[in-house]
Design a protein. Structure first.
Lengths: 113, 121
């Protein structure tokens, strides 16, 4: 079965630095990959989507890369702020008739002032 | 901005009791999902609806869990009887995209509700 690994359970960085979160997967590549943000006690919120034929996507201070050779996606937050502190989930979407997302465990990011 | 509504936000029950969760998706979203999220884990799909039809319930423990979306709008997830291991966050999500893969335009962006935190004592 498909396995998703997010590099660490927790990441602590200083305000103003770039946070880099990793999502690795096994087996075959997904049709696309999504990143979500989840705050404590809340549901995930969609941030970015990147397709298998795309190398990079950007949205304001966020950047996602997708390397199908390495079976890896990197999620970057530049000029990080304490308000960026949350858990970030990657989710993979595969082919087939059912169209389900498979979520990783998430990485909890803490940005210290 | 339209949101997915879930109730209750919190539910405490004793094992062997019945519990029910309600979800009202964003208007016009035909696809509805129920997920279970254990603390420290990612959401895991329980059941997926397209309109009123179940598309995927392969991960739903059918001996105790049931889900319905009778009119293709709001949905109810029920657990009977509840067990200690059912303590988790139950999330509902909706999507404007049908569960079709293999198209260049498919995005399957899911909009989540705030969830119901279930504690089984």
């Amino acid at each position: 079965s498909q396995k998703i690994e997010q590099n660490s359970e927790a990441l602590n960085i200083q305000e103003g630095k770039t946070a880099t979160l990793t999502c690795n997967y096994t087996n075959y590549s997904p049709a696309y990959l999504q990143w979500y943000r989840q705050d404590p006690g809340r549901g995930p919120v969609f941030l970015l989507l990147i397709r298998e034929n795309e190398k990079e996507k950007r949205k304001e201070r966020l950047k996602v890369t997708f390397d199908t050779t390495l079976k890896q996606s990197l999620f970057h937050i530049t000029a990080s702020q304490p308000a960026d502190s949350a858990t970030y989930l990657c989710a993979l979407f595969y082919g087939g008739s059912q169209g389900n997302l498979i979520f990783g465990k998430g990485t909890k990011l803490s940005v210290k002032p | 901005e339209a949101e997915v509504a879930q109730s209750p936000r919190y539910k405490i029950t004793e094992k062997s009791q019945a519990v029910a969760f309600w979800c009202d998706p964003i208007s016009g979203h035909a696809t509805l999902y129920w997920y279970r999220q254990i603390l420290g884990q990612g959401p895991e799909l329980l059941v997926q609806f397209q309109d009123e039809s179940v598309v995927d319930d392969s991960q739903l423990p059918k001996d105790r869990f049931s889900a319905e979306r009778l009119k293709g709008v709001d949905s109810t997830l029920k657990i009977q009887p509840a067990e200690l291991g059912d303590s988790a966050m139950y999330l509902c999500a909706s999507s404007p995209d049908p569960p079709l893969a293999g198209t260049s335009r498919a995005k399957n962006i899911q909009y989540f509700g705030a969830g119901t935190r279930l504690s089984v004592l």
